[in-house]
Design a protein around this ligand. Structure first.
Ligand SMILES: NC(=O)C1=CN([C@@H]2O[C@H](COP(=O)(O)OP(=O)(O)OC[C@H]3O[C@@H](n4cnc5c(N)ncnc54)[C@H](O)[C@@H]3O)[C@@H](O)[C@H]2O)C=CC1
Ligand SMILES: O=C(O)C(=O)COP(=O)(O)O
Length: 529
């Protein structure tokens, strides 16, 4: 592995990052007190950035991060990272989705019980030397209904633990099915049904456009009087102003909050209400969770730098490693097919149609499509194109990308066919990986060829006339260009024809012009693969 520099800008478990310390060539710098300005000035010197929820990875920061290849979020929520900006810049973002599930679920239950029995309030009074037993009468959980909004990893763990408190559970999650609900022994309903039926409500969704202020003034209106509400997921899922009003009006009897619309907290109004218990975003703050998440992101960073693969990408669909092993040998061929078509065309693509056949039809081929696009786009956009941003950049350039699979592979065990539509017409190619002999281009437009896609190639469209092949050879010879291989194909005797030549050194523009001036030749394209 070559030398990479990793900046850790939030407090991560020092024990948990051992995969980074153990890997050769990686330098880890802990600098957890940087201001946004200092971080922006520093980021240009690093290949990886590891954060928790404190560091705001903004577009402005990403724009300055010219060396950055990977951002690791040692935790679940990536709402502090501008994913769009990272994707555009080709920076992969990984998180640690499992490592803190248990801690967050336990914290949620701790908050539920603290709120129901007013433990923090009673403790505060006691610490103030007040032996007050009448102000802190609580409610039991047994037999009450807990509404869970968002039944992912943490929501499901919370539901399982609340059942241990003999609570009834009703949940809403867009992915929740009857089978899954039966398996967990819970009810499920719409958001409205959950809000109406619950004595306690806990939210466990990510913070998204769709979930911002999911619990708002209208939502409070349909809840039961005396409802108690918990947010150990993300500030902003509950509208804090609406919550304040709902508590003041007596509609909401309790709120347990670990997360806030602004962190660190600036508006302390909610904390002045005796119904509110709160912690400063401690859901994942256990030794176990911190070690787990630090190990998980570190392993992904090491894996990315050593093999280019990760397990927990947020902005690149992940492919199981057994499938990855099967499709990896085609990466190079697919990128070369894309590059080949770009070189062949006079105009840029507006649509790309990629078809996978033979044994490839059985696999997840997204990574191959991204490689075809990389090949197509790199010619114009340079090396900033990578797996992460290839699809984004294609869409940004107005290119429609279609992917299809077909069992018939015209006699090849595997075949990748790529067609591009441009303002100047359609161009097609197809390639295969020959067992033991490497990649081949087997089709160019409607002509069958057999070309190794590497080095310097010349593609010539001509009219099938006696002597034209000789003239091409002579002219290139006069320019000192040696022909290594040559393939000829024609539509019919005396009709349109093509020549594919591989040559030992690039032909100069002058030679290409001279070739094009020959009466029988229509077009000459140089391809460098
Ligand atoms: N307080 C803390 O320190 C911690 C907070 N978290 C936060 O907890 C939340 C949940 O984390 P996980 O369970 O690990 O994530 P997850 O991805 O496993 O689960 C989230 C669930 O929310 C569901 N969802 C999405 N939109 C929804 C909607 N509009 N209505 C209802 N459900 C919806 C998804 O289908 C998914 O099942 C995240 O916001 C995460 O950032 C996670 C760990 C620690
Ligand atoms: O994993 C998450 O989503 C969390 O909210 C944990 O945040 P933290 O890493 O403790 O700043």
């Amino acid at each position: 592995m070559k030398d990479y520099k990793i900046l850790v800008s939030d407090p991560l478990s020092e024990e948990g990052i051992f995969p980074l310390r153990d890997a050769e060539g990686l330098t880890v710098v802990f600098d957890t007190e940087l201001t946004p300005q200092q971080l922006t000035e520093k980021i240009g010197g690093f290949d990886a950035l590891l954060v928790r929820s404190k560091t705001q990875v903004t577009r402005e920061l990403i724009e300055k991060a010219d060396r950055l290849k990977i951002i690791g979020r040692a935790g679940v929520g990536v709402d502090n990272i501008d994913l769009e900006a990272a994707t555009e810049k080709g920076i992969i973002v990984v998180n640690a989705p499992d490592g803190n599930t248990n801690s967050a679920a336990e914290h949620t239950i701790a908050m539920l019980m603290s709120m129901a029995r007013k433990i923090p309030q009673a403790f505060t009074a006691l610490r103030n030397r007040e032996w007050d037993r009448k102000s802190f009468v609580g409610v039991e959980l047994k037999g009450k209904t807990l509404g869970v909004v968002g039944l992912g990893r943490i929501g499901a763990e919370v539901a399982a633990r609340a059942k241990g408190q003999r609570m009834k559970i009703i949940a809403y999650d867009p992915f929740l099915t009857q089978e899954r609900a039966d398996e967990l022994g819970i009810d499920f309903g719409t958001v409205e049904e959950v809000l109406k039926a619950s004595d306690f409500i806990t939210v466990h969704t990510p913070l998204l456009k769709e979930t911002r202020h999911l619990i708002n003034a209208d939502a409070f209106k349909i809840m039961k009087p005396g409802v108690q509400i918990i947010n150990c997921a993300r500030g902003g899922i509950i509208d804090e102003n609406a919550l304040y009003d709902a508590i003041k009006s007596g509609k909401v009897a309790g709120a347990a909050l670990d997360v806030f619309e602004q962190e660190p907290m600036v508006d302390f109004r909610l904390l002045d209400l005796p119904e509110v218990v709160a912690t400063p975003h401690l859901g994942a703050s256990t030794f176990e969770a911190q070690e787990n998440v630090a190990i998980d992101v570190s392993l992904d960073v090491v894996s990315y730098f050593s093999t280019g693969t990760v397990r927990n990408s947020v902005n690149l669909p992940s492919v199981p490693s057994e499938i990855m092993k099967k499709i990896e040998p085609y990466f190079d061929l697919s990128e070369r097919l894309g590059a080949f078509l770009t070189d062949l065309s006079d105009s840029t693509a507006t649509e790309v149609n990629i078809s996978y056949s033979g044994e490839l039809a059985d696999f997840e081929v997204g990574p191959l499509t991204r490689n075809v696009l990389k090949g197509l786009l790199k010619r114009h956009l340079g090396n900033r194109v990578n797996d992460v941003n290839a699809m984004f950049l294609a869409h940004q350039k107005g290119i429609t990308v279609n992917e299809s699979k077909s069992a018939s592979s015209k006699g090849f065990t595997n075949l990748i066919s790529v067609e591009i539509l441009t303002n100047a017409g359609k161009r097609k190619t197809a390639g295969t990986l020959l067992n033991g002999q490497g990649p081949r281009i087997v089709k160019v437009d409607d002509y069958i060829v057999d070309v190794v896609p590497e080095g310097h190639l010349l593609f010539i469209r001509h009219h099938d006339r006696p002597g034209v092949i000789g003239r091409v050879g002579t002219l290139l010879g006069q320019e000192g260009v040696n022909i290594a291989t040559m393939q000829v194909g024609r539509s019919a005797e005396g009709g349109d024809a093509i020549m594919m030549l591989s040559i030992d050194k690039p032909a100069e523009a002058k030679s290409l012009r001279q070739l094009e001036e020959l009466a029988e030749i229509d077009k000459v394209k140089a391809v460098d693969l």
